[in-house]
Design a protein around this ligand. Structure first.
Ligand code: 3PY
Ligand code: MG
Length: 263
């Protein structure tokens, strides 16, 4: 089976850079896969498209060197199975608030013996290779999103779930849940929560990644020792580059504020 180079990069102690796709264009997804990111995640929860487009985006991402992942819209095993069948090498599952939901999510990512994934790997075979089924369970990365006060209170049980590969922090929902404002730089309570998640993941020897609004917060989390950071999404990259270039042309800097959370 084609190896998961994201797993290999993180296992070697490198910090992985993950791109985030929220728009439906396959050409942009293909370009980001060639831009130097270790992985590209297609956001089926908040992205402006449905599952059929997510499949086309997986095709676009896998035409380049980055590892294709999807943030599912939830923990539904039917949707997760379809995304894996379509060739996702990693699933980031939103709103994992307790160990039971986490165990169900991991089970949806693994074939019987370990989990409940149904057979039908279709495009997974094309991308992964003919021995896909034998190695999928140890190749696909299962990330549980930690993004609420409830998840924080159940953190030790969540990270202890058998077969979970990593936790992925959603700082915007986490901020809302803690009574803080999402977007921009991390408030003190959000940063404290992030540190708690990093420590819990480290104790269990699983990976820890996070969404970041931009390059400053991404650098801050690289310094905290995260294994993977997402420095904003495709649209924030576009807006940021556009803003910088317009400012360079006009000779002054006008920061876009409407999209401060990276969406
Ligand atoms: C969050 O910050 O809540 C996210 O889900 C990031 O994608
Ligand atoms: Mg979220």
């Amino acid at each position: 089976m084609r190896p998961n180079l994201l797993r290999a990069a993180m296992a070697d102690g490198n910090v992985a850079a993950n791109a985030w796709i929220s728009s439906s264009g396959t050409y942009a997804a293909e370009a980001l896969s060639h831009a130097g990111f270790d992985s590209v995640t297609i956001d089926l929860q908040h992205g402006m498209f449905g599952i059929d487009t997510a499949v086309a985006l997986l095709q676009a991402v896998s035409s380049g060197p980055a590892v294709p992942m999807v943030r599912s819209s939830g923990a539904d095993p039917a949707e997760i199975g379809k995304l894996l069948d379509a060739g996702a090498y990693g699933i980031i599952c939103p709103s994992i608030d307790d160990a039971v939901t986490c165990a169900d999510f991991v089970s949806a990512c693994r074939y019987p013996g370990v989990g409940v994934r149904s057979f039908g790997p279709s495009r997974g075979l094309l991308y992964g290779g003919p021995d896909y089924v034998a190695h999928a369970d140890t190749t696909v990365v299962a990330w549980a999103m930690i993004e609420s006060a409830t998840a924080l209170s159940n953190l030790d049980e969540i990270v202890a779930v058998d077969g979970l590969d990593g936790v992925y922090i959603g700082p915007n929902d986490l901020a809302l849940s803690l009574g803080e404002r999402p977007g921009g730089s991390f408030s003190e309570p959000v940063l404290e929560a992030i540190v708690r998640v990093v420590e819990a993941a480290r104790r269990r020897g699983i990976y820890v990644g996070a969404f970041c609004g931009g390059e400053e917060t991404a650098r801050q989390l690289v310094d905290l020792g995260l294994d993977l950071v997402t420095p904003g999404n495709d649209i924030s990259l576009l807006r940021d580059a556009a803003t910088r270039r317009i400012a360079a042309i006009r000779g002054h800097r006008t920061l876009a504020t409407a999209n401060a959370g990276g969406y």
